[in-house]
Design a protein around this ligand. Structure first.
Ligand code: TYD
Ligand code: MG
Length: 451
């Protein structure tokens, strides 16, 4: 057998060396040498279809994109309308969050009308079959393979030509071309590159599972994000039963799209009306909470923003956010002080979005400000009030996108009043909701509601 040549590349300066070392011999950076596949000179140039010629975009024929429905409206929405043939999807998340469960459920349903293959390097065929049976799924059509070697997976794909493959997980897969251990940056990168090539050449859809790992020897899914077409991450904490899947990157749809599932005894179930799940309407009016109409991708979602303001024993009071942009909290507190007369310099401030949802838009500013004010003054906002709006440094409340959609969602869930940026007021606002337009933060703080 021919001896496999080894080659290491520096990720900083690109220098190549045949031997690994802790420090790059060229640029002297530490821990930057990563094993790579030596270029195969016998194969000749890579056969990328006609090279060296320039075409105009109009000349290029477009193969129709086929959307494969996953038989789950939530998952289809996150993917931008279903899986696309030849696309590579990365599904990342903490271990044990439900990646294998979701994909097994999806594949069993999809295998009724297509050739699907589930490759698992983590669980045995028995374990998977047992899980499928426990979930009450009949998987007569689904192909299964317990293997870690990329070469066998590729061979199986060439023989059975599946329409869809799931690789669970990329951290257990290895290629013989590289000697590093499975899960190392070099292995993860090279195996993923070969899977991408396979997908593009055979128009097979590939879903790659990647565990999010703590810093260490195992490479996380972030090293692959640029290579794949779509990146989905499981969000939310494991102690809650909700599982949120967010699209971080999507070449075939909108980003920030959110799919909501609940983990049950029978696997993951779709949550079709998430706004109703995240907002607790039965709760008495209590200080420190507001309901915010957020926008997640193309869909409005109502969430509860809670704040607790409490006398601090520390010289540097704590500012803590869960599910919100931390740096905006300091800004909002400064605006509340300068333009609203609220001083919290000696108070701890905690802000939380209920249910493990992450709200990453400035439209949450007004909800945060009003929750903080409510907690500080110990006066609740009414139970049927919904808010949204961005706050500027001048204390002005700025308009946000999708104002009407947000208000429609709030109306659907029985909210009667809304505090919104004045510029978001329009004739299309549902008649049953009383929307109050505000220009300055101080106006919102001075609004007198009887609850
Ligand atoms: P799993 O899909 O194996 O996680 P991952 O592949 O992301 O590592 O999920 C396992 C967790 O889900 C485990 O903690 C048990 C829970 N679970 C249920 O609560 N109900 C179920 O029906 C199944 C299959 C799993
Ligand atoms: Mg798993």
């Amino acid at each position: 057998m021919a001896k496999i040549k080894r080659l290491f590349n520096c990720t900083e300066c690109g220098a190549r060396t045949p031997k690994w070392a802790g420090q790059c011999p060229e640029c002297e950076s530490w821990n930057t040498l990563v094993e790579t596949v030596p270029p195969d000179t016998r194969r000749g140039p890579v056969d990328v279809a006609p090279t060296g010629t320039v075409h105009s975009l109009a000349e290029i024929g477009i193969a129709p994109t086929v959307r494969l429905s996953t038989h789950s409206t939530e998952l289809d929405r996150v993917l931008g309308g279903g899986l696309v043939n030849g696309a590579v999807v990365l599904l990342g998340g903490d271990p044990g969050i439900g990646k294998s469960t979701l994909l097994l459920q999806t594949l069993v349903k999809m295998s009724d009308d297509m050739n699907a293959l589930y490759v698992s390097g983590e669980e045995s065929a028995q374990q998977i079959a047992l899980r499928a049976r426990r979930l009450g799924m009949h998987s007569a059509q689904l192909g299964f393979m317990a293997d870690n070697a990329l070469e066998s997976v590729v061979r199986a794909c060439r023989e059975t030509s599946p329409d869809l493959i799931v690789i669970d997980s990329i951290q257990t897969l290895y290629t013989e071309l590289i000697q590093s251990a499975p899960g190392s940056v070099a292995q993860v990168r090279e195996t993923a590159a070969q899977l991408v090539r396979l997908a593009k050449q055979t128009r097979t859809t590939v879903i790659i599972v990647g565990h999010v790992t703590k810093e260490g020897a195992i490479a996380g899914p972030r090293v692959l994000e640029h290579m794949v077409d779509t990146v989905l991450y499981f969000e939310g904490d494991r102690s809650s039963r909700f599982r949120l899947i967010r699209a971080i990157k999507n070449r075939f749809g909108a980003v920030n799209e959110l799919g909501v599932f609940a983990m049950t005894e029978q696997g993951l179930k779709e949550v079709n009306n998430p706004s109703a799940m995240f907002v607790n309407r039965s709760m008495d009016t209590s200080p420190g909470r507001t309901v915010m109409a957020a926008q997640q991708g193309t869909r409005p979602l109502l969430v509860e923003v809670q704040a607790l303001v409490d006398q601090s024993p520390l010289a540097n009071p704590r500012r803590l956010t869960v599910g919100l942009d931390h740096s905006r909290l300091a800004m909002i507190l400064a605006v509340l002080h300068r333009h609203g007369g609220l001083s919290v310099y000696d108070q701890d401030v905690f802000v939380n979005v209920v249910g493990g949802v992450r709200v990453i838009e400035p439209a949450s500013d007004l909800a945060v400000a009003l929750s903080v004010a409510s907690s500080l003054y110990n006066r609740p906002w009414p139970n049927d009030l919904v808010v949204f709006g961005e706050i500027g440094l001048g204390g002005e409340v700025r308009p946000v996108q999708h104002g009407i959609d947000r208000l429609k969602e709030a109306y659907k869930l029985g909210f009667k009043r809304a505090l919104v940026p004045k510029e978001n007021l329009s004739k299309q606002i549902p008649k049953g909701i009383q929307a109050i337009g505000i220009v300055k933060l101080a106006e919102a703080l001075n609004t007198e509601f009887d609850c």
